[in-house]
Ligand binder design. Structure first.
Ligand SMILES: Cc1cc2nc3c(=O)[nH]c(=O)nc-3n(C[C@H](O)[C@H](O)[C@H](O)COP(=O)(O)O)c2cc1C
Length: 362
């Protein structure tokens, strides 16, 4: 008889072999506070401290200057950034870990002060998000974005391809396409943010066209076995709405089955809200996917064990718990208490609230 599945099993998925099923979720920390927007020695220390995770998904990282939407986030489009990330991946590998990079274009969730030449942020359609942007001068209202001309789209797909190539050159074990949380790919998917009437708008197939063009380009570079994708079908994050989440996301998830990806990473319910439970729309979407399924959102130890042992999920990604618990895997193993993260130091700043959370003694 096969052994029971546990949170602490070794799993192989695609080209990745993970020593446990506990994943560090991507977490923007806005500490690339230098003119190159490059990771620093502090990033290397932070990620190496968390190398006991089965897999680290490094923070969302802009694929191009246009893809940036928050102050001090790192990129993967210049030599200095590749060099900065190389030091990070070397440190994680030296500490025995595995790390992939989350590829990010924010679309309309940006501000001219963060855009090349002070231009307007771009989006599928000129629909303004009721949101503020985190800029070097603090939080400011986001303006109405500029709708992308259809002729600009191949260039953005190419930016994703180049970013994937750069990530591999920087020593990452793979890449995750960020198609969640109301950023550019998700803006194309949702009918609340995509009102285009060309080949990229209207039907679900058309709204998903950009996602699959990006995925094809990234897979061509990294290979399916080193590529994951993150979706948040039931989350209206960043004011991105969808009138029929199950109708829109079902065909997308079904089509993802054909790719043989390293994983599908699902934010279950509303990002950062309590976990919605395993029924309803989540169950309807979950059962469509036949590959490796990574679950995220407000998991604790008990829920993670239940999700893995019941077969709901193959991998569990933890976000906030990894901020304050660099040794989260060991704490979950021992059922030790978890430290609480300090929200005031989530974004920006230095080592405080970043690399100074201790591991358990002994
Ligand atoms: C400080 C912070 C930064 C985040 N940055 C990202 C990010 O860069 N990319 C992303 O996909 N999600 C990001 N998220 C969402 C987390 O990955 C995760 O989905 C969310 O925190 C829920 O998981 P948790 O309950 O385990 O924290 C962020 C969340 C927090 C708290």
């Amino acid at each position: 008889m096969a052994d029971a599945r546990t949170l602490f099993d070794t799993v192989t998925t695609g080209a990745l072999t993970l020593p446990n099923r506990i994943v560090m979720a991507p977490l923007t920390r806005s500490r690339a506070d230098n003119p190159d927007h490059a990771p620093t020695a502090m990033h290397a220390e932070y990620y190496a401290q968390r190398a006991s995770a089965g897999l680290i998904i490094a923070e969302a990282t802009q694929i191009s200057p246009q893809g940036q939407g928050y102050a001090f986030t790192p990129g993967i489009h210049s030599e200095a950034q590749v060099a900065g990330w190389r030091a990070v991946t070397d440190a994680v590998h030296a500490a025995g870990g595995r790390i992939v990079l989350q590829l990010w274009h924010v679309g309309r969730i940006s501000h001219p002060s963060l855009q090349p030449g002070g231009g307007l942020p771009v989006a599928p359609s000129a629909v303004r998000p009721a949101m503020k942007a985190f800029t070097p001068d603090g939080f400011v209202e986001i303006p109405t974005p500029r709708a992308l001309d259809i002729g600009e789209i191949p260039g953005i797909v190419e930016d994703y391809r180049r970013a994937a190539a750069n990530a591999l050159a920087a020593g990452f074990d793979g890449v995750e396409v960020h198609a969640a949380n109301g950023y550019l790919i998700d803006q194309f998917l949702r009918d609340g943010t995509n009102t285009r009437t060309d080949a990229y708008g209207g039907s679900v197939d058309n709204r998903a066209r950009f996602l699959f063009e990006v995925l094809d380009a990234v897979v061509a570079e990294a290979g399916a076995g080193r590529t994951g994708i993150r979706l948040s079908p039931l989350s209206p994050s960043n004011d991105a709405h969808e009138s029929d989440p199950v109708g829109t996301f079902s065909p997308v998830i079904e089509r993802l089955n054909d790719y043989g990806l390293a994983y599908l990473h699902m934010i279950e319910g509303q990002t950062r809200a309590p976990h919605p439970g395993f029924g309803g729309d989540l169950a309807a979407l979950r059962r469509l996917y036949r590959g490796t399924y990574m679950a995220n959102n407000s998991y604790d130890r008990a829920l993670a064990i239940r999700a893995v042992e019941s077969g709901h999920a193959d991998l569990i990604a933890f976000g906030r718990p990894f901020i304050a618990n660099p040794d989260l895997v060991e704490r979950l193993r021992r059922d030790a208490p978890l430290a609480e993260p300090d929200q005031a130091t989530f974004y920006g700043g230095g080592a405080r609230g970043y690399t100074d959370y201790p591991a358990l003694a002994g």
